[in-house]
Design a protein around this ligand. Structure first.
Ligand code: ATP
Ligand code: MG
Length: 817
């Protein structure tokens, strides 16, 4: 065995797998491999990007398989109650989302309406005074939202839709679904949208729905007979073991993803009063993974959310309809000959959408980073002040006083009475029953939903309701205010403001067409509707879900044709402005992968594991096996994947085996099959760990080397050293004490490693890799050659990088890295 001692060394150091450029390098320079352990670690510190990935890919290891057998034997006539539990949770999520949507909606309506009334009342004492009152109240609201976000729950800022998408695609965002984030999001959204900023609650509702879903799975997990020690988002690290202890396994990333998909759908459904639109949105935009089951879950969840919303709404105002976008009273007539003009409206409006995107990207560089909290607060207050100033000054200079349309004045619905805003116009002439309003002020001060309802209702040949000038000024100034507000620290979404800008601009175009082509009987209301859809298409690039949301809002399919035209045209226009040519590169074969993969043998010494974990931050390591025919040192056959948290757990549990270095070598090098049965003792060990699973696991989730400190690493190292004479250098030890063989501590990874990870061959195209990654929600994808040797590894970060460099089609889901 003398000659193979060198190989022991090899087994104890990090295994660098050959570079793709020089596939046989390891065969030639064994020397460099043996002594290269100090240098083979690429000591360039990996950037701390703050995000890690989720494990959506199931881990098929022996522990899991055994626990499945055990689980089956424990079922009560084949029934575990899991299905019932899941459906109850789904319904509960729907109900809660509906209630929260109602709360936000009511608060917004109450605050905005009261503010409008108060402004009008104070105006008697001077315009300046009402401006100061309005502005200070708005700034106060924004301050509350801003401080909550910046000092308490930073991940509650913004709309949150892209982060939900990123989560559903497999990026774990710290604190994103915690209770404090949810609370901040709810309060912050109410404050933000009530302040008069051009932001809406639909984006936040998506985040809120997802967070409620996530918290529900957690509450459920806390209820059954289990110990309540670890919060659910920490539990995921122990998935392979959990399947046995719990018949209700809702804590795995995979199960939570289902609920979060449903919660996302419910959030949007409640915001728009569009259950099917919500499901389609989740399918089309948010979720990377979709199945019939998720579809059903989402549909039920959405239905309950909308139903609850409708129910509580009907207690309050009998006329109101569920959701913030319900325009069912509006009934313009659609005629096919209008279609050519709709094309023009769609194209022009979608250009505004492109403008928003470009301006947002440009402004993002100028905004202070979130580490400068004070600057962020000043920015938000500044934007609020600008918005309020614009709201007051523009109507004063350009607004027109008009008569409230007769059929809407007398004792119209609650909404109508509150809608028309007099501002500086003459007092109502009560004897003649004439009320006046400032059209521009009305557009600025009212709820976006009411504005859109009125805009869609625009018809007739005369210029009633809103003048051309006011519509033009409103759409452009709202666009600027929206761009300014889109990106400040407070919670707030982009759907509703974009829709409002689109509606107002579409209405503006409609009025122009009406004037230019008097004989065409243009209905500006329909152009407003087309503008809304085109704006969303051009700006957010959504398609079918958008049509359905709008159609559900209208309660009829009469307008489906113009809407589809708008969506198609706007997507097409935006495509030509934004990403024409970006996909060409996808056809080429691109090397996304990292070579120099850090791998482990099936049986590894503790010292080696420690060393790798201390020096590298990777979360997944391929496991290799050498066979008789395998003469190379660097790469054995790829047999599995072990995750960092599993290694940490094994270390903490001291799931070690004392093994003779020679046996270890033998195991690693040749005789794997023979040793296998004896190593089943580790499986028992795994089972034991599995039953006593109650530690604070957050440290497992951090790939930082410091996370190891809490595990009592010193103690482990001490144990290793005490079994070897020379501390810190196991290989020397083996060489020098060959006559009195000491045992080394080793870990057997075989029962724990994922034995069925997804791999690709190097010839696979980058676009295909991207599709595999996205649809399966992968974390690590090993690249193997025709001999099943690992030649590279691809992670989410590699894909995100390639997208950033424009080598792959862009996807918001991979944006957050
Ligand atoms: P995540 O951070 O998503 O939870 P991870 O930490 O395993 O997963 P990344 O942080 O994405 O992986 O990896 C950063 C870089 O390191 C990527 O370029 C990736 O290809 C590379 N990499 C990942 N795992 C290994 C490994 N075992 N050996 C060598 N390089 C790796
Ligand atoms: Mg990482």
């Amino acid at each position: 065995m003398e000659g193979s001692e060198g190989d022991v060394t090899v087994s104890l150091v990090n295994h660098r797998v050959d570079l793709p450029e020089e596939p046989d390098a390891d065969l030639q320079n064994e020397e460099s491999f043996q002594h290269g352990d100090k240098t083979s670690y690429n000591n360039v510190p990996e950037p701390d990007l703050g995000f890690e990935s989720l494990d959506y890919d199931p881990i098929f290891n022996l522990v899991f398989e055994n626990s499945r057998k055990d689980l089956q034997s424990r079922q009560l006539y084949g029934y575990t109650g899991l299905t019932l539990a899941k459906w109850s949770i789904t319904i509960l999520i729907g109900i809660l989302v509906g209630l929260v949507a109602y709360l936000i909606e009511m608060c917004q309506e109450f605050l905005l309406t009261r503010k409008k009334e108060l402004t009008q009342r104070i105006m008697v004492n001077g315009l300046m005074l009402s401006f100061i009152g309005f502005a200070s109240f708005s700034v106060l609201l924004v301050l509350v939202a801003c401080c909550l976000v910046l000092f308490w729950a930073p991940s509650a800022g913004g709309g949150g839709v892209t982060l939900v998408m990123a989560y559903l695609n497999g990026t774990d965002i710290p604190e994103f679904f915690q209770f404090k984030t949810l609370v901040t999001k709810i309060i912050g959204s109410i404050c933000t949208i009530s302040s008069g900023l051009m932001l809406g609650q639909e984006g936040p509702m998506v985040h809120i729905g997802a967070a409620i879903a996530s918290l529900m799975t957690w509450i459920h997990g806390a209820l059954p007979t289990r110990k309540k020690t670890q919060p659910s988002h920490l539990r995921r690290c122990c998935k392979p073991w959990q399947a046995k202890a719990l018949p209700f396994d809702l804590y795995s990333d995979k199960d939570r993803r289902e609920f979060i998909s449903a919660g996302t759908a419910a959030g949007l459904a409640a915001a728009f009063g569009a259950p099917i639109g919500g499901v389609l949105y989740s399918l089309e935009e948010a979720s990377s993974f979709w199945s019939r089951k998720v579809m059903w879950r989402s549909l039920i969840c959405c239905t309950f959310a909308t139903m609850v919303l409708a129910l509580v709404n009907s207690w309050e105002f009998s006329t109101s309809l569920p959701g913030s976008m319900s325009f069912r009273e509006v009934q313009p007539v659609f005629i096919v000959r209008d279609l050519p003009l709709f094309l023009v409206t769609s194209a022009l409006t979608s250009i505004l959408g492109v403008v928003i995107n470009s301006a947002h990207a440009w402004l993002a560089h100028m905004r202070p980073s979130s580490s400068y909290k004070v600057l962020r607060i000043i920015e938000a207050c500044f934007v609020t002040l600008i918005s309020v100033t614009v709201m007051f000054v523009l109507p004063l200079c350009f607004g027109q006083c008009m008569e409230v349309p007769a059929q809407k004045t007398p004792s119209g619905s609650t909404m109508d009475r509150h809608y028309w805003f007099r501002y500086t116009c003459p007092a109502p002439n009560t004897t003649a029953g004439v009320h006046y309003y400032n059209d521009l002020a009305t557009l600025f001060f009212s709820l976006p939903r009411q504005n859109m309802q009125e805009l869609y209702g625009m018809h007739g040949d005369a210029e009633t309701e809103f003048s051309i000038r006011s519509l033009g000024i409103h759409s452009l100034s709202a666009l600027v205010l929206f761009i300014l507000a889109y990106g400040i620290a407070t919670p707030g979404g982009v759907f509703m403001p974009a829709m409002l800008v689109g509606a107002s601009f579409g209405g503006f175009l409609g009025r122009i067409f009406q004037r230019l082509l008097p004989s065409a009987h243009v209905q500006p209301g329909l152009h407003a509707l087309v503008g809304t859809a085109a704006m969303l298409g051009g700006f957010l690039r959504a398609s079918i879900s958008l049509v359905v949301i709008t159609v559900e809002g209208f309660g009829g399919v009469d307008f489906i044709l113009p809407l589809i035209v708008a969506i198609v045209v706007s997507n097409w226009v935006a495509y030509h402005f934004h990403d024409a040519g970006a996909y060409e590169a996808d056809l080429e074969r691109i090397d996304l992968m990292s070579s120099n993969v850090v791998c482990f043998h099936e049986v590894v010494t503790v010292a080696e594991v420690l060393k790798v974990l201390q020096t590298r931050r990777h979360n997944g390591f391929p496991v290799l096996r050498h066979t008789h025919s395998d003469t190379s040192n660097g790469g054995g056959k790829f047999v599995g994947l072990i995750l960092r948290h599993q290694l940490l757990l094994l270390l903490e549990e001291r799931a070690f085996v004392e093994i003779d270095p020679q046996v270890l070598l033998h195991t690693q090098k040749y005789a794997w099959e023979n040793n296998f049965s004896t190593n089943m003792q580790f499986l028992d060990h795994a089972m034991r760990i599995y039953h006593h699973f109650h530690y604070p696991h957050h440290r497992y989730l951090s790939s930082r080397p410091e996370a190891l400190a809490d595990l009592g690493v010193d103690e482990i190292v001490g144990a290793v050293n005490s079994s070897n004479s020379k501390p810190g250098n196991v290989s020397d030890d083996i060489n020098t004490t060959a006559d009195a063989p000491k045992k080394v501590l080793a870990l057997d990874l075989r029962p724990f490693m994922n034995r069925a990870p997804i791999t690709v061959r190097r010839e696979c195209s980058a676009q295909r890799v991207y599709i595999i990654f996205r649809t399966l929600g992968l974390r690590h994808l090993c690249v193997t050659d025709s001999h099943n040797k690992v030649i590279g590894i691809i992670t989410r970060k590699d894909i995100a990088m390639a997208q950033k460099q424009g080598r792959l089609s862009k996807d918001k889901r991979f944006q957050h890295w």
